[in-house]
Design a protein around this ligand. Sequence first.
Ligand code: ADP
Ligand code: MG
Length: 329
Amino acid sequence: MGEFELIASYFTRPELLARYPQVQLGVGDDCALLRPPAGEVLAISTDTLVSGVHFFADVAPRTLGHKALAVNLSDLAAMGAAPLGFTLALTLPQVDEVWLAEFAAGLHALADAHACPLIGGDTTRGPLAIGITVLGSVPPHLALRRSGAQLGDDIYISGSAQDCLGQARAGLALRQGELALGQLDAQQALQRLECPSPRVALGQALRGLASSALDVSDGLLGDLQHILRASGAGAVLDAPALLAMAESRPVLPALPQAQRLDFVCHGGDDYELLFTAAPAQAAAVAQAALAAGCTATRIGRIALAAQGLQVLDALGQVLSLAGGSFVHF
Ligand code: ADP
Ligand code: MG
């Protein structure tokens, strides 16, 4: 199977134009043509997954297709943007049709769930890597930036009845043979690691409510620092609130308390939204989360920059939580 046959078989879909009005021209020409809604700005983000760095080489191709798009959709969510479409830069060591069919199925299923179709890309030979550029749109004044957190704002983390921060880290420990979990907990932890749910509806529901936002990919404390730096602020986090959140979901209750807090504070790959909002918006935030089928847990508040980032225990004493989030270089 040659390059063009491969693109035609797995990455070209005849129903594209009929199904997605925002696409004027899809795969097959030198560029795709997209129609963003009038008056909105484009939100654009790229994320690459490299075999052996971002995923285990033997991971199921269907979940890999899902995750490659999910991490990109999560960036749109964090900006409050609505998805329009995406491009795929695929580097493959060889053509394996079974693998490709599964990968494409996972990719297109998530794409359809978010009305975010594949509109073009590039296909090359080399070590397995998946680069996706996602395009979305948002009214210019409603984009959720990292720089808007204000003194006294509440800090929230998203989740769901089943999901919370730290579960993906448990999935990683499980995959690396460093952790044993019961069957249901193990399933949930691996699901979170390999098949994250981008909070696209929540991101849009937070337009005009959240003062700042980002998606947590590298760990809560490290990623919160990005908001604090961009906003010129400090923060006080409430360890009991973080622990209560973890204890009311599967997976983490099975771990010793110190490890539980470590996974919640430093674990990566959960793709939850971390955001801030004025205390007066608390009811509206809860309503937005409910409407989006998510939860929003208040985990602290924005403080003066001079306070830095502190995590307090139940007695109000500062916990020392060494270690930052994952960095490549
Ligand atoms: P060009 O040489 O003009 O860059 P290519 O030959 O690389 O175009 O690709 C041909 C068409 O197939 C283009 O429309 C491109 O967007 C699309 N395409 C290539 N690879 C992929 C892929 N992995 N997924 C989706 N579309 C792809
Ligand atoms: Mg060309």
